[in-house]
Design a protein around this ligand. Structure first.
Ligand SMILES: [Zn+2]
Ligand SMILES: [Zn+2]
Ligand SMILES: [Zn+2]
Length: 280
């Protein structure tokens, strides 16, 4: 009997990673800084892994599943921002030269990959098997995944979140959204029916980037999210793990006051190496 399926967090940083190139502030410079990989979650069953997002840190994500003796079985993409799909370059003939690796993407994302280099070369060379989805897909024999669209600045593609269901538990992955409003199926309803929810927490608060127009930063801040989710049942709040953290976000430091505030609010912060059961 094979072990039960599970999810493994492989990265929690926003698209630019941490430290972020070009940042000369204390958040990214100095011997105290502990680095974080770009956002990625592996769902693993029977020695095979499907990655939710493959950003620029994909080689490190892959090394971690390799170390577990787990084989890459496919990729599920959220959208065409650099932290979420540019790791696909490593599947090409200059590096892994994979053969028909399944890559699932929503219709706009599929069209973007199919009509732009270097991504379309992965298709013509047979490195990836691009599978357009706007419904439920099967991952192996026991896992199902479904994409759902969320509002986000969509220059090149729409943006989706993923819901992954195993035989007994389920996971929600939404690394980028402009807002918790405007969803077809409200986030609070997802929180009733999933077991864990990895949610966009790019910026902790509107003080974080004083030089920029906050209205132009299209993410719910963690302060907003804490307020919004405060009225929920304890059990629903306990499912939340904040992720996709910008290099400036104090949640990257577990000793920060902001991190402690999240824990006291009954929610959590995702960390590389976290595992969540998807089996019975
Ligand atoms: Zn992102
Ligand atoms: Zn920084
Ligand atoms: Zn994005």
């Amino acid at each position: 009997m094979a072990a039960e399926p599970y999810a493994l967090v492989l990265g929690v940083a926003q698209d630019g990673g941490h430290p972020q190139p070009g940042c000369h502030q204390a958040c990214c410079l100095g011997s105290e800084v502990r680095p974080h990989l770009t956002t990625c979650v592996a769902v693993i069953d029977d020695g095979r892994a499907w990655l939710l997002d493959v950003g620029p840190d994909f080689p490190h994500h892959l090394a971690r599943i390799d170390a577990l003796g787990v084989e890459l079985a496919g990729v599920l993409l959220t959208h065409a921002h650099i932290g979420h799909y540019t790791g696909l370059v490593f599947l090409g003939r200059e590096a892994m030269n994979t053969t028909q690796l399944p890559v699932w993407a929503a219709p706009g994302m599929s069209a973007f990959l199919a009509s732009n280099g270097p991504w379309n070369q992965l298709i013509t060379a047979g490195n990836i098997d691009l599978r357009q989805t706007d419904g439920t897909i099967l991952l192996g024999s026991r896992l199902r995944a479904e994409a759902f669209q969320v509002p986000h600045r969509d220059e090149y593609s729409e943006t989706v979140g993923w819901r992954v269901e195993g035989p007994g538990h389920s996971l929600l992955y939404v690394p980028d959204t402009d807002s918790w409003d405007g969803w077809d199926y409200p986030i609070e309803q997802h929180l009733v029916t999933v077991d864990v929810a990895l949610l966009d927490a790019t910026f902790f608060s509107s003080d974080e980037l004083p030089d920029r127009d906050q209205a132009a930063i299209a993410h719910p801040t963690v302060v907003d999210s804490l307020r919004r989710f405060a009225p929920l049942e304890d059990t629903a709040r306990a499912k939340i793990r904040f992720t996709h953290l910008n290099h400036t976000n104090p949640l990257l430091r577990p000793d920060s006051d902001e991190y402690i505030r999240v824990i006291r609010s009954g929610m959590g912060v995702a960390a590389e190496g976290d595992t969540f059961e998807l089996g019975r």
